[in-house]
Write a protein that binds this ligand. Sequence first.
Ligand SMILES: Cc1cc2nc3c(=O)[nH]c(=O)nc-3n(C[C@H](O)[C@H](O)[C@H](O)COP(=O)(O)OP(=O)(O)OC[C@H]3O[C@@H](n4cnc5c(N)ncnc54)[C@H](O)[C@@H]3O)c2cc1C
Length: 416
Amino acid sequence: MTLTNWAGNVVFTPERYVRATSVEQVQELVAGAAKVRVLGSGHSFSTVAATDGLLLSLEDLPLNVDVDTATSSARVTASARFAHVMPPLHSAGLALHNTGSLPHISVAGAAATGTHGSGTGNRCLAAGVTGIELIGPDGELRTLRTGDKDFDGSIIALGLAGVVTALTLKAQPTFDVRQYVYDDLPLAALIANFDEIMSSAYSVSAFTHWRGPNMDLLWRKQLASDPAAPPTYFGATLADSARHPIDGMPTENATQQLGVPGPWHERLPHFRFEFTPSRGDEVQSEYLLPIEQAGAALAAVDAVREQFLPALQVAEIRTIAGDDLWISPAYGRTTVGFHFTWTDDLSKVTPAIAALEGALAGFDARPHWGKVFGLPREQVRSLYPRLGDFEELVHRVDPQGKFTNAFTRAYLDLPA
Ligand SMILES: Cc1cc2nc3c(=O)[nH]c(=O)nc-3n(C[C@H](O)[C@H](O)[C@H](O)COP(=O)(O)OP(=O)(O)OC[C@H]3O[C@@H](n4cnc5c(N)ncnc54)[C@H](O)[C@@H]3O)c2cc1C
């Protein structure tokens, strides 16, 4: 059987692949291996999870989601996907602060790469982690909590701080959300009023196929208690039926819209868990830059649209609050994410990425670790002020480089 990532653009060829069934087994396997990586739910498009050593899946670890209403938190095992975690939290009267676009993604894998949703006030998902249990290269299990010296370098760590077996997630009181979609927001209006539009609701996304002067869809996920959305907004018109981010895709795959109130976990993701959004025919890239640069960067990207259009399925603009996690794409700054879902034809995707990266040069654009990018090593390194601290941490906790792989060594100074 060929082992691939979700999209099929990465084929894994490890020396050994093991689906572990207990933490003790993981400890033994890690202690005895020369090189180890963990494969989460395989939703990364980059080769971040790949290894030529031991590839571990933790999906068969007994699934536990222990919700603690006294501390407003949940301890979840590394086998958990967001879809496993969200309903029990909601049933207990609690919520996560945000979700990514899919509930299918593993919590540990999302934390490892800095996966985020949208909302100028919402930090990335890893920023909601308050504790991790992880196995070091010697097989020892240790726990790190918020405030510990290594904590801020160990959550978004691309698997380099150890094998995470469980995470504790901070929760907040549950809330209801209404999702409204607008058609045809002029790009010029978005550029001129970026902060106002993108912070007009709890979570806002702008989707476009970049074919004309308008952003095709503006998705506003607002607190249910906020006033209903007006029929027009900055030249955009409220949609009168459900939409899918990609033209022509079935709208029943998307979460409920039209302002129908519902719990956070059934509105904040774009896609329903019961349906798998387009599979195997896409590659994704995303660049995260300071929100102050959003207007100028949008204009710069618009100017090269003809060069990336042949590869584009859809683009999405989101915002993310800044955080303190050392190699987070949103480290230290309120951030705008320019996301691109490409076709799977690399002969078109590669030049599209080059054109885009050319347009974004000078905007301090950090690439999403889990998506495809072409930026050179030195440029990537220059984007993270705490990179040196992160490398020191990895050298200290994993001096032999057991958890490194070709992807991480391509950008970081790590033990080989
Ligand atoms: C359809 C689709 C939609 C997406 N939507 C979003 C989105 O809305 N926002 C966004 O930011 N990204 C998004 N992504 C990207 C995705 O969230 C990230 O790539 C994420 O890291 C995938 O998690 P995973 O579990 O699938 O991890 P994998 O791809 O399996 O692994 C990612 C990294 O995590 C490490 N890892 C996984 N589990 C462990 C563990 N237990 N211990 C140590 N290391 C571990 C792996 O070694 C690897 O380095 C999307 C991807 C797809 C395919």
